[in-house]
Design a binder for this molecule. Structure first.
Ligand SMILES: [Zn+2]
Length: 428
């Protein structure tokens, strides 16, 4: 036995070393660095957006929103594209919100945001294709672009935490919303999917929620990378919502997929298609609570062959040719989405006879909202009728009173005259 011990120990030692090596390999395998010759830094991206806004103040404006809580503060830049502001009632325009860079490591998404802003203003061409036919379409839209939703997280990535997708204090901004918040699946990764201490604990999520309330978008796209897909709700269950609204979302995505991707994109609910359920996500809140008719998640690029720790390569194109191709392809996809969205929303408007700004999906509880709106409108009508009747009654009373007075005066005059005529000499 004594003689057998050394080889066993040696084998165990070798095994331990192999395991340690594998673990070390997993942590510090070959990592592609950020291609800084292709990608903007967050600072240069912002500078470029600011000068673009300054050059096109007739079409673009930019707001900076800051919020902080418990010693952590976040800053968001929101660019608004509103073409032909005066000639059209803004209430009849379709509101679109596009958010990029919710996850820090997905740098390519913010590059698409910048390029899209160029296309909307001074470069109306994609890969040589003239886009002047979209001009008319753009007159019907107000588009808000959030180019870097997670600026603090992105800065951490630029400083070397290349695999980080969370915000500046380690919370996943796509798990911090209130629908099904905090629920953990068996494969829950506490590092990647930290939902925060409470729903909307994070300033970034608070700002985005406020945008959903103030801007009331009809279409919201949360743009990510890691794979290629067109997702609709839900993320927290593997089904899509029921009814006409789900039909509308699916029809828009399927048309986009057919027209632009030759049906090559994955289309469906995030929870049903991505392979795992996600809780507390943006789209599920937008659909269930904010009642955004079309909240989507677009996944615009992924390198499945990249090793799991080679994050820059896994989530972003690393060569200029692929970079350009992805940007052109998705900028065009957004224009087609705008077209499909506008057309479908108008179709529904005819059916529901509501204005676009008040448009809400039909189905389930939402029908009740419509009924409520209708009945309150009817109530207002009745109230108006009541008010008219009251006025009429007042006029009628005044008329009666004045007639009575006139009659009284008339009768008094007659009786005086009679007295005079009858020769009453005893004047009082
Ligand atoms: Zn992501």
């Amino acid at each position: 036995m004594g003689a057998a011990s050394p080889p066993l120990l040696l084998r165990l030692l070798t095994l331990a070393l192999a395991l340690a090596g594998a673990a070390a390999g997993r942590i510090s395998g070959p990592r592609t660095p950020i291609s800084r010759d292709i990608y903007h830094s967050s600072d240069s991206l912002l500078r470029e957006i600011k000068s673009l806004v300054a050059r096109h103040s007739d079409k673009l404006s930019m707001d900076t929103i800051r919020t902080s809580n418990k010693g952590y503060s976040a800053e968001l830049f929101v660019v608004t594209f509103n073409h032909v502001k005066e000639s059209m009632d803004n209430g009849s325009k379709v509101h679109i919100l596009l958010s990029f860079g919710q996850h820090g490591r997905e740098l390519i998404t913010s590059e698409v945001a910048l390029h899209l802003l160029y296309i909307l203003t001074e470069k109306p061409k994609i890969a040589g294709v003239d886009l002047s036919s979209f001009e008319k379409l753009l007159e019907n839209l107000v588009i808000k672009v959030v180019p870097m939703e997670n600026l603090n997280g992105r800065k951490r990535v630029e400083e070397g935490d290349i695999c980080d997708r969370r915000n500046g204090r380690g919370v996943d901004l796509n798990r911090n919303w209130s629908v099904d918040w905090g629920k953990k699946e068996k494969d829950y990764d506490p590092y990647e999917e930290n939902p925060g201490i409470a729903p909307f604990s994070e300033p970034e999520a608070q700002i985005m929620r406020e945008l959903s309330r103030s801007f009331k978008p009809h279409i919201w796209v949360n743009v990510h990378s890691g794979m290629e897909a067109l997702f609709m709700p839900y993320d927290h269950k593997n089904t899509t919502p029921n009814g006409a609204s789900a039909h509308l979302m699916r029809s828009v995505l399927e048309n986009l997929n057919r027209r632009h991707f030759q049906d090559s994109c994955l289309v469906g609910s995030g929870g049903g298609s991505v392979g795992y359920l996600a809780h507390g996500t943006t789209t599920d809140y937008l659909y269930d609570i904010a009642k955004v008719p079309m909240p989507f998640t677009f996944e615009i690029y992924g390198d499945e062959k990249a090793s799991t720790d080679d994050c820059f390569r896994m989530f972003n194109p690393v060569d200029k040719k692929t970079f350009d191709r992805v940007i052109n392809k998705w900028c065009m996809a957004f224009l087609i989405l705008f077209e499909e969205g506008l057309r479908n929303l108008r179709d529904v408007q005819i059916v529901s006879q509501g204005t676009l700004e008040n448009w809400v999906p039909i189905g389930g509880d939402i029908v009740e909202i419509n009924v409520e709106r209708k009945s309150s409108r009817d109530r207002r009508k009745l109230e108006g009728l009541d008010l008219g009747m009251q006025e009429l009654r007042t006029y009628f009373r005044l008329f009666l009173l004045s007639t009575f007075l006139l009659m009284f005066m008339f009768c008094t005059r007659i009786s005086k005259n009679r007295n005079r005529d009858s020769g009453n000499l005893f004047d009082p």
